[in-house]
Write a protein that binds this ligand. Structure first.
Ligand SMILES: Cc1ncc(COP(=O)(O)O)c(C=O)c1O
Length: 317
């Protein structure tokens, strides 16, 4: 067995065989001076995971990298909705690494319509699509349904990544995000927006003692505590880290972006020159400002908000 070079960590791009992707790691951290935090004696740092890679943006790099390695050159098949960031990132990774990719897309009706810009990008990157009705899509992880889907896609040998990319390898990949914040020093609270909870499950595990992870779910439902516990059990064999969720900032559910949230995000962009992704990052930042205004953070707290994505398409510089 060839041991990694001494400079390689187990999750470094070289050790993963993904050096061609050239990610920027550790991702940069910068302070956002914002009076809504400053007047309460709280510091806000932005952990710029959106700068890791132009196409495998933010948590997509962290979740996909270990899975791409495990795919070992096989076709990668995964799942998503019509605007899925995860599908786009998988398709881009396929193009960059020369791996065939298949996207199982929710919504049979989309098969007969022109592709939206997000799916058009996936197609341009070489992704093949298989559109399925919503009921099949809901059952996609059941072994019989999955086997039928793989047959229908002529991809029986494919490496399958779940919707949103959150499996054990992804959670292990996201642990490095927590470790980077631990090593940065001075962070008390690390906050991230949650969809499936995979990024958060890993982040919480990597932070180490004395720091806590705060998750802001963007979906309505209150089911995420249990899912995060399961993800941590599967990845680490038990619970890890000091973490909690605040369920009040989903704005009615996934992809709901009412005018109040839109105005907040536009204002944050102006104040800090940060392109704010609306479905996840805007809800995280809104939640943090609201919590600061409730005096939820003791004076002297330093919060690191993880910027897990950027708007699509990216605004012109
Ligand atoms: C920009 C962005 N932030 C956060 C998340 C949430 O990640 P997770 O599904 O791991 O909770 C996603 C979804 O993958 C995302 O696209």
């Amino acid at each position: 067995m060839i041991s990694p070079e001494p400079s390689e960590t187990p999750e470094s791009p070289e050790a993963l065989g993904l050096g061609a992707l050239r990610p920027r790691l550790p991702s940069p951290v910068r302070e956002a001076v914002d009076e809504r935090f400053a007047r309460r004696g709280v510091r806000l740092l932005l952990k710029r995971d959106d700068l890791i890679h132009p196409e495998l943006v933010g948590n997509k790099w962290r979740k996909l990298a270990p899975n791409l390695r495990a795919a070992a050159g096989r076709t990668v098949l995964t799942f998503g909705g019509a605007y899925s960031n995860h599908l786009r990132a998988t398709a881009a990774a396929g193009r960059l690494l020369g791996l065939p990719t298949v996207g199982v897309v929710r919504g049979q009706e989309l098969a007969d319509r022109p592709l939206n810009p997000s799916l058009a990008q996936c197609a341009a990157d070489g992704m093949r699509f298989h559109f399925v009705d919503r009921s099949t899509y809901r059952r996609k992880s059941e072994p019989k349904t999955l086997a039928a889907l793989l047959r229908a896609c002529a991809a029986e040998d494919a490496y399958v990544i779940p919707e949103g990319g959150s499996n054990s390898l992804a959670v292990l990949g996201c642990r490095a995000l927590g470790e980077e914040l631990r090593d940065h020093g001075g962070v008390d609270v690390a906050a991230v927006a949650c969809g499936t909870g995979g990024t958060f499950a890993g982040l919480a595990a990597g932070l180490g003692p004395g720091r806590r992870a705060l998750g802001i779910p963007v979906l309505k439902g209150g089911f995420l505590d249990a899912e995060i516990r399961t993800l941590q059990d599967e990845a680490f064999g038990g619970p890890r880290g000091d973490w909690s969720l605040d369920d009040r900032f989903h704005f009615g559910g996934y992809a709901r972006t009412p005018p109040e949230l839109e105005a907040f995000a536009a204002d944050f962009e102006q104040r800090h020159g940060l392109p704010v992704e609306r479905l996840y990052v805007a809800k995280l930042l809104y939640g943090l400002v609201a919590l600061a205004e409730e005096n939820a953070f003791p004076r002297g707290t330093t919060i690191a908000a993880v910027i897990t994505g950027s708007p699509h398409p990216r605004p012109a510089p």
